[in-house]
Design a protein around this ligand. Structure first.
Ligand code: PLP
Length: 393
């Protein structure tokens, strides 16, 4: 029985699996049981910023594993503190809460804004169509995609989902009752769509007028993915809160939300917490990742390689106009919207030993490679895509 067939026997049927038996990873490569090497443009869904088996990650694990693997948040752990201090130094935020997953970080943000709203008499939470914020009941309630929440109603009340980048609808929806606005600066799962400068401006001026909280979901865009340490650094204002995960743990489960000074005291002791969040092993790999990725030369490299990759994809779009609708994204978070079945293209790519996935309901090929990818890997990927499009043309 194949691994995938056996998995379907034992697991809930919620994942569409890639039919490859990966044994290990090295750099940007995944290696299967036959020794075949796959070029990985998925990076564990935008997680493995430093790729696989990076010496700094391995060293961090080796050092921490002989100390302890878990203590609980009853203890202050120096490695958590080191990572929190680094995140505060790198950002305008003042306080950190560590969680295990992006969903949990968003759930924590929802609790934070609800408590803040209860004290300021504000109820409405706004998010946008096409967004993805996680899979708990709270986070699917603000996720603007029917397929993720239609079967789980009733959802959280007082949530308005506004068409993405529709500034007029946004302006018409906000009032003094608005408590918080959640958004992604560049949507991942929604299909690599960037927030418009106009909507950003409306969020900023709306906050000035109505005093709501601005929560930027940086779960996929954060930790260097778009070429800044956090994507909001491209904006001309600062959010009140960001949620961060994926790349943050360097491959181990780690997430956080970071808040500005005015929200530092919203929660009282015991009102929020977690058993595993800020796990010391994950903080150790997280610190190694954050220290490497936040270096200005590393981030400049992400922008340069991202621009290069995007320009090569745009050349393909020009060559295969009947197949490719648009190339989008920035840094190493790129999407190609196709007029063809995305999953079929993925299957062909797997045959060619290239791994990536689809977003935007299947019509957008999503490329979120390890940030350590090199130009020759990008060239190899583009050659494979070229062959696939040529065959489909
Ligand atoms: N928010 C965004 C923008 C995401 O891309 C994701 C995951 O893809 C999440 C939230 C949920 O994160 P997790 O899967 O770690 O719970």
């Amino acid at each position: 029985m194949s691994l995938v067939a056996e998995a379907s026997h034992y697991f809930l049927n919620v994942y569409k699996r890639i039919p490859v038996n990966i044994i290990k990873g090295e750099g940007v490569w995944l290696i299967d049981e036959k020794g075949d090497r796959y070029l990985d443009l998925l990076a564990g869904i935008a997680v493995n910023a430093l790729g696989y088996s990076h010496p700094k990650i391995i060293a961090a694990i080796d050092k921490q594993k002989s100390r302890n693997l878990h203590l609980s948040n009853y203890f202050v752990q120096d490695i958590q503190l080191d990572l929190a201090r680094k995140l505060v130094e790198l950002t305008p935020f003042n306080k950190v809460f560590f969680a295990n997953s992006g969903t949990e970080a968003i759930e924590g943000c929802l609790k934070l804004v609800k408590k803040w709203g209860n004290t300021t008499n504000k109820n409405q939470i706004i998010s946008f169509s096409g967004s993805f914020h996680g899979r708990s009941l709270g986070s699917v309630s603000i996720t603007g995609q029917d397929k993720y929440n239609k079967n789980f109603k009733p959802l959280l009340p007082n949530i308005s989902i506004i068409p993405f980048n529709d500034v007029i609808s946004f302006r018409n929806s906000i009032s003094d009752d608005t408590c918080a606005v959640f958004f992604e600066g560049l949507s991942g799962e929604g299909g690599i769509r960037e927030i418009s400068a106009e909507l950003l401006h409306a969020i900023k001026s709306g906050r000035d007028k109505h005093n709501f909280l601005v929560i930027c979901d940086e779960i996929q865009t954060g930790v260097g993915r778009t070429g800044k340490f956090y994507n909001f650094e491209y904006f001309d204002f600062e959010p009140d809160v960001i949620a961060t995960a994926k790349g943050l743990g360097g491959g181990l489960p780690l997430a956080a939300f970071l808040v500005s000074e005015k929200l530092a005291d919203v929660f009282d002791i015991g009102e929020h917490g977690t058993t595993y969040g800020g796990n010391p092993l994950a903080c150790a790999t997280g610190l190694a990742t954050v220290e490497s990725v936040s270096e200005s030369a590393f981030l400049a490299g992400v922008i340069e390689k991202g621009n290069y990759f995007k320009s090569k994809l745009e050349e393909l779009a020009f060559k295969y106009q009947g197949l490719i609708k648009e190339v989008r994204g920035k840094g190493l978070m790129l999407g190609v919207e196709v007029h063809h079945s995305g999953p079929e293209i993925i299957d062909k790519a797997i045959d060619e030993k290239l791994i990536f996935n689809v977003a935007g309901g299947g019509s957008v090929l999503r490329f979120v490679p390890p940030l350590i990818i090199k130009k020759d890997h990008i060239d190899m990927s583009v050659e494979i895509l070229d062959r696939i499009f040529k065959e489909l043309n």
